[in-house]
Design a protein around this ligand. Structure first.
Ligand code: URA
Length: 318
């Protein structure tokens, strides 16, 4: 006979499992959690990354950085240099080191000046694979077999793109959600259906539009992708856009705008203002708008998206 305490513990455990599943933690990675802070002050894999960085440091030092122009031209300019974080184009890239448990140290003249963070091995690997892909099909296969983005471990499918393989306009969103993960295609859920209606209103559809995201796998629990995850996918996206060769990039929401514009500014500041982004040595007119998922939650904001859609329609008609 099961006692009340055992029953209570079983119910608590079941509720906890349900909660994990809801948060997107559907994969058992280890039997128990690891307290990385107790082990050391560095993240798992930092030693490997440091070794790769030591090997690539000399070539990285010789490449240019593809700096942003005041007009908003971004790091998407063709460059073999290691990419920089989306929110700090002149700052060192973030590392995966967990936050220190020590109180901050006072600046000291004896400490060496902060060195720029080294290139991440996964980003380098992505760039090599992306550069080697001669076609969109080969690129899709390269993305599917790439293991450098942690999101792949929890996703069911890779979602590269849907729509036209070459197009005058590319729509770039944030990340696949649950429906996209199941279907293996971007923007097929409720937000995608709204996106299709928005595009249809200005004469666009899958035959003349390329639709993708800044990351190719669903983040667990539909959280926003981290800057590191976006950075890791960036070489693939850059190569993809080179091949699609759009005149216009239409960015859905803050994650895409922050990455493509290399800014920390929120979407309410960046939306509705045309900028120029250099991809593969060619300038692309680029506009950010509100994400369709946000519009579903906030219908009162639709007038702003409508204004942005009209601006896209006008530009494409020129
Ligand atoms: N939201 C996105 O940003 N992309 C998708 O593919 C689906 C929802």
């Amino acid at each position: 006979m099961i006692g009340p305490e055992t029953e209570h513990r079983a119910k608590t455990a079941a509720a906890l499992l349900d909660w994990y599943a809801e948060m997107g933690c559907t994969e058992a990675v280890d039997e128990s959690g690891t307290d990385w802070l107790a082990k050391s002050n560095t993240a798992p894999g930092d030693d490997v990354r440091a070794a790769i960085n030591a090997l690539t440091a000399s070539s990285s030092a010789q490449t240019s950085t593809g700096a942003s122009s005041p007009s908003g031209s971004s790091r998407y300019a063709k460059s073999s240099s290691p990419p920089r974080p989306p929110h700090a184009s002149n700052q060192p890239a973030p590392t995966r080191t967990p936050p220190s448990t020590q109180p901050p140290r006072a600046p000291s003249a004896a400490r060496p000046a902060a060195k720029p963070a080294p290139a991440d091995g996964a980003v380098l690997e992505a760039r090599i694979a992306a550069t080697a892909a001669p076609t969109l099909e080969a690129l899709s296969a390269a993305i599917a077999s790439f293991d450098g983005c942690g999101l792949k471990r929890t996703a069911k499918n890779v979602c590269v793109f849907r729509g036209a393989e070459t197009a005058r306009i590319a729509v770039i969103g944030e990340a696949p959600g649950r429906d996209e993960d199941l279907a293996g295609k971007p923007f097929v859920g409720a937000a995608g259906q709204l996106l299709d209606r928005m595009l249809a209103a200005i004469g666009l559809n899958e035959d003349n539009t390329h639709i993708t995201n800044v990351v190719y796998w669903r983040p667990p629990g539909n959280r926003a992708p981290t800057p590191q995850e976006v950075q890791t996918c960036q070489p693939f996206l850059e190569r993809q856009l080179e091949m699609v060769d759009p005149d216009v990039l239409f960015l859905m929401g803050g994650s895409a705008a922050k990455q493509i514009f290399a800014t920390t500014e929120g979407i309410m500041r960046t939306r509705g203002k045309w900028r120029t982004v250099n991809i593969g040595g060619r300038e692309r007119r680029t506009l950010a708008t509100l994400h369709p998922a946000y519009l579903l939650r906030t219908p009162s904001a639709k007038h702003m998206a409508w204004k942005d859609l009209q601006a896209v329609r006008k530009l494409l008609a020129e």
